[in-house]
Design a binder for this molecule. Structure first.
Ligand code: BT5
Length: 248
């Protein structure tokens, strides 16, 4: 059962010790008609990443999913993913971690000058709606906060590993405040994203369902798509088409 989390936040918070996936619970709340609810858990047994990948969610992390009912059309939904990545990176930076954003949905810590990184957090956005209107949008954020890297997959890191353990209540509050500020000012999302982006200026390879795009990542569009200068000209890759992005 949910217990009171005792947080001043722009969302009402539903806290659980352990769940399958906070995104699944938030989706249920969304279907029930909830507005501005954040579902939070200490651990997830069946945490999910994009494209049916697993998300490892041991105790001590921040596993949170937010229900939104934005008055936007579906093509702008990726801005919510970018906003959550910015909010997470800002909260992590306040905690002393050199967090940057890797397009489209990763928060990472650079480990060398060649684009190498370890993954600190990820964002999973899911929505329901019609062609011209989003009905609800669930933004799930997983942050390796007070977690030993040994309990995480390869190429992952945690706040504990890069700085010190955080007060998770404070961390979640910062994250949700930043996210709320950006979702209510969507024009500010892309400029804020650019400032923290690790991907811009990198040469990247992006796997799509049917092909791959290789080139220099030069910008993101107003709907969060990545603009890549390839040998054959300029390509725009939508967040939904990206299976993997890696620096080359
Ligand atoms: C993501 O997927 O990065 C989105 C993760 C979203 C997790 C949150 S937690 C709250 C909410 N509830 C859920 O069930 N999900 C959301 P993707 O870009 O597909 O990355 C997944 C890949 O990251 C996996 O295939 C692993 O390689 C790696 N990975 C898994 N767990 C990780 C972790 N804890 N830290 C870093 N990397 C991880």
């Amino acid at each position: 059962p949910a217990i009171e989390y005792g947080l001043e936040a722009p969302f009402s918070i539903e806290y659980h010790d352990a769940v399958e996936s906070t995104n699944d619970l938030a989706r249920e709340r969304a279907v029930e008609g909830a507005v501005d609810v954040a579902v939070l858990a200490d651990q997830q047994r069946g945490g999910r990443g994009r494209l049916d990948r697993e998300w490892s969610s041991p105790p001590g992390g921040v596993w949170v999913s937010v229900v939104n009912r934005p008055a936007i059309a579906p093509p702008r939904a990726p801005l919510y993913t970018l906003a959550a990545a910015v909010a997470t990176a800002r909260a992590a930076r306040e905690a002393g971690v050199d967090a940057r954003i890797k397009w489209p949905n990763d928060v990472v810590v650079p480990v060398d000058d060649d684009g190498g990184y370890l993954k600190l957090a990820g964002v999973l956005t899911e929505m329901e709606g019609e062609t011209d209107r989003v009905e609800w949008l669930v933004v799930g954020v997983g942050v390796n906060a007070n977690v030993d890297a040994a309990t995480l997959p390869d190429r992952a890191t945690s706040v504990r590993e890069r700085a010190d353990d955080v007060d998770r209540r404070r961390f979640v509050q910062r994250l949700l405040e930043e996210f709320d500020g950006l979702r209510t000012d969507l024009e500010a999302v892309v400029p804020a994203w650019r400032e923290l982006a690790l991907t811009l200026g990198q040469r990247v390879r992006i796997e799509r369902p049917r092909d791959a795009v290789v080139g220099d990542a030069v910008d993101v569009t107003e709907t969060g798509a990545l603009v890549v200068d390839t040998d054959d000209g300029r390509e725009t890759v939508s967040t939904g088409d990206c299976e993997h992005l890696r620096p080359v």
